[in-house]
Design a protein around this ligand. Structure first.
Ligand SMILES: [Zn+2]
Length: 300
């Protein structure tokens, strides 16, 4: 006897094959989805496709707000820590400086004591020591020359060069010392540390921080040098917003240091207000009260 089962028709066979094919396709798609999910969870995928684009968006928004308002919208992150924005801490004086005076918008004007500097309202005579490394010499001499400009002229600087660079330049009574070094991630590009007695400046140290400046161009270096020497004469900032119009003064915070390379007439006038002006035709007097023994110690 033969089988009593009826053979499948061709149509039924094709339907069964199609159903099996659909199952296979569905399984393959599900497997592909699982594989994609596994790929998306790899660190490489998260970093490349999620973290980096997200960071770029955040930085772009922050930069826009910062340039429009000059304020950081991210609490705890000081935008000035990040190059290329210049910053320093002028006016944030702790007790160790001896200063007990008030605070202006950008810190009040300060003034050298007399003696050891000579400030008898005929300009400020001050000894400035170059304890920088060679690559800073041109910026230093340009800044010193610029600061001795103005009409009338407020400053008479007695410049000396240390016999070797001193990144840890020490305070010397009656003297301003300029030096450079890698001081680390301090949050300041340049710094002028002043010491006070009875709220008058008795010494000043201007430091250029290579941590932020080692890759910077000549414009930023010139700006920083001019800026920190300017503080050393007692001048506060002219403006502390980075993104606004540049004043043409190196005491104006800027992201375009080429616009603010030297002092401007207002800076000279401010110094004349503090110290008077050097009488025309006066021959250079030496800063009589500088402690030469200390200078000698620095240069050995
Ligand atoms: Zn400053």
């Amino acid at each position: 006897g033969g089988s009593d089962m009826a053979p499948f028709s061709d149509a039924e066979t094709r339907a069964a094959i199609r159903a099996a094919q659909r199952d296979l396709d569905a399984n393959a798609r599900a497997e592909a989805r699982r594989a994609r999910r596994r790929r998306m969870c790899t660190p490489r995928y998260l970093i490349c496709k999620v973290l980096i684009p997200l960071s770029m968006v955040i930085v772009a928004v922050w930069a826009m707000v910062y340039f429009l308002t000059g304020r950081s919208i991210v609490p705890g992150i000081d935008p000035d820590d990040l190059p290329p924005f210049f910053t320093d801490n002028w006016g944030d004086w702790g007790e160790e400086t001896g200063y007990e005076g008030g605070e202006g918008d950008f810190g009040p004007f300060q003034k050298w004591t007399d003696p050891p500097a000579t400030t008898d309202n005929t300009g400020l005579e001050l000894t400035v020591i170059n304890a920088l490394t060679d690559e800073w010499f041109t910026y230093f001499s340009t800044a010193v020359t610029d600061w001795q400009g103005g009409d009338p002229r407020p400053l008479e600087l007695d410049v000396r060069v240390a016999s070797s660079a001193e990144s840890e330049c020490d305070h010397i009574r009656g003297v301003m010392v300029a030096c450079n070094g890698n001081y680390g991630r301090t949050g300041w590009t340049g710094l002028n540390e002043v010491l006070f007695e009875r709220n008058r400046i008795v010494s000043s140290v201007a430091r250029m921080n290579e941590f932020y400046l080692r890759n910077s161009d000549s414009e930023e270096r010139q700006y920083t040098m001019c800026h920190e020497l300017g503080h050393g004469f007692g001048l506060p900032h002219r403006d502390e917003t980075v993104g606004n119009a540049d004043l043409g003064s190196c005491l104006d915070y800027t992201s375009r240091p080429g616009n603010n390379q030297g002092p401007d007439d207002v800076d000279y006038a401010n110094l004349v207000g503090l110290y008077g002006s050097v009488p025309p035709g006066r021959t250079r007097r030496h800063a009589r009260h500088a402690e030469v023994t200390e200078v000698t110690k620095l240069t050995t």
